[in-house]
Design a binder for this molecule. Structure first.
Ligand code: HEM
Length: 467
């Protein structure tokens, strides 16, 4: 079977180069969502001799999530990350024995019993954030969510306090790491969506610019691992301990130390950027919807903020799910056909990868109804849920390569959102439209914004920073 030549494409097509006018380097997936409104649930974009098939319809995306017919493909920004974090969980090939080994060793680190152990660390970050905001009238949401999510993964995963909420700020090594993570994300996204040749030059220059920061970040992480191995630092029940001490039940082997370093870096990148995006989108909607924020507050105050209280926060989780539906932090995934496939009446040969545009698929009115574009957390009511089987809602991916951190991210986000709303009344400082302005860096995350805050009557008293 050959790739169908009848696939719609954005016109006009330039000879040899192809659909160069059909791409947007800064807002690629939002541009693709707009193209889908014009071209339909499946279309292609040709660049030189590469034919990128985009699947934007909910039903067709659901078909690509069928693991018997499609598999995860390593491409786009994810492939770029592979050069940085090697065989970390996110970037390892499924066929690489290290991937299975790491997944078997690390899965228990994300089970409910482990999340219960991490709760104190998550709680300490929420308290530090609230104490840090106390007395302020206006806060930078982007900066605060970046710091909070990094602190959570560092404290829960590696028993390290990065000091991002202390008055003097984090130490220089941590600052360098933050800069490196930021530079790597920009490079991975921009170089994947750039024009041929020009993009290669730009990508090369970017890589040169972050090489030194990345080398220092690797050295910083190596030191954390070495301190734990030598016993200079005693860790709690955390991910690092699990990675260093656990023997794979299948092979009897432990993870090699260089792989542990790649996993730590993977968790720092994969665990913070996406969760920060989810928190920011949610706070954006809650600042615009005081009625909804009040429901979140009521739920928090009635259930309490211990592990079980947070785990059962239905309203807050519905709000988070709705943020993930409208603005999935990972806006799309590459899937490769295991055998020849028909998709929407078009031929896709075995081995051809398609890009499933989760962002558009999760807004398809045919699946989600006429209000698909509206932020409505009540659509997640238990009674309505059965209308949306898992294959239509995939912000955490699908199949064996789906997100290992899903429950971790949801617990952390529910805790932070409910504690923030409990402590503060939020309001937008600028005039805003119906939806946040989003920027793209492989992930989809609101453009940095600030909110006005005021103490909410009846808030629980914040504890001082843990320093
Ligand atoms: C709202 C937050 C999050 C979202 C939306 C999210 C989304 C995703 C998605 C879509 C994938 C699959 C990507 C693909 O198939 O190409 C993935 C994989 C992964 N995520 Fe997350 N993630 C989140 C939070 C986290 C957290 C908190 C961690 C770690 C602490 C984490 C660690 C990982 C890892 C290691 C993988 C690769 C798993 C594998 O291939 O075995 N993620 N995530």
């Amino acid at each position: 079977m050959k790739l169908d030549t009848r696939l719609p494409h954005p016109g006009p097509r330039v000879p040899i180069l192809g659909d160069v006018f059909g791409a947007d380097r800064d807002r690629p997936t939002q541009h693709e969502m707009a193209l889908a409104a014009e071209l339909g649930p499946i279309f292609e974009r040709k660049l030189l001799d590469t034919h990128l098939v985009l699947v934007a319809g909910g039903e067709l995306a659901g078909q690509c999530n069928d693991e018997d017919r499609w598999a995860r493909a390593l491409a786009g920004p994810t492939l770029k990350f592979r050069g940085i974090v090697g065989a970390g969980l996110f970037t390892a090939k499924t066929s690489d024995p290290l991937w299975g080994q790491a997944r078997r060793i690390l899965d228990p680190g994300f089970a409910q019993s482990a999340l219960r152990l991490y709760h104190a660390a998550m709680q300490s970050v929420a308290d530090d954030l609230i104490a840090h905001w106390d007395g302020r009238e206006r806060v930078d949401v982007h900066e605060a969510m970046t710091n909070a999510t990094l602190e959570v993964i560092a404290r829960a995963g590696f028993s390290r306090n990065l000091g991002l909420f202390t008055d003097g700020g984090a130490d220089p090594q941590v600052q360098t790491m933050l800069t490196a993570l930021d530079q790597v994300l920009s490079w991975a996204s921009e170089s994947s969506n750039d024009l041929p040749v020009v993009g290669q030059v730009r990508g090369f220059l970017q890589q040169r610019a972050f090489a030194a920061n990345l080398a220092q970040t690797r050295a910083y992480i190596d030191a954390i691992v070495a301190d734990r191995v030598s016993g200079a630092e005693v860790g709690g029940d955390d991910l690092l301990g699990l990675m260093l001490d656990t023997v794979d039940p299948e092979t009897g082997a432990k993870l090699p130390l260089d792989n542990v370093r790649d996993q730590v870096l993977t968790f720092l990148v994969a665990g913070h950027e996406t969760t920060a995006a989810l928190l920011e989108v949610t706070l954006w909607y809650l600042a615009a919807r005081p009625d909804l924020a009040q429901r979140v507050v009521d739920e928090g105050r009635s259930r309490g903020f211990d592990y079980s209280g947070v785990a059962g926060m239905r309203t807050t989780r519905n709000v988070l799910n709705e943020s993930l539906r409208l603005w999935p932090p990972v806006p799309g995934m590459f899937r490769v056909a295991r055998t020849d496939q028909q998709l929407g009446g078009y031929d896709i040969p075995a081995g051809h990868a398609v890009f499933v545009l989760t962002l558009a698929a999760q807004r398809d009115a045919q699946v989600w109804g006429p209000t698909a574009d509206r932020f409505d957390p009540d659509r997640w009511d238990a009674k309505a849920l059965r209308r949306y089987p898992d294959r239509y809602f995939t912000p955490f991916g699908t199949g064996p390569r789906s997100c290992i951190g899903r429950a971790f991210a949801m617990q952390e986000s529910a805790l932070l959102i409910s504690k923030i709303c409990d402590a503060f009344v939020l309001d937008h400082v600028d005039e805003v439209g119906d939806e946040p302005v989003m920027r793209e860096r492989g992930t989809l995350r609101p453009a940095p914004f600030s909110v006005a805050i005021a103490p909410r009557p009846g808030a629980s008293v914040p504890t001082p920073p843990t320093g």
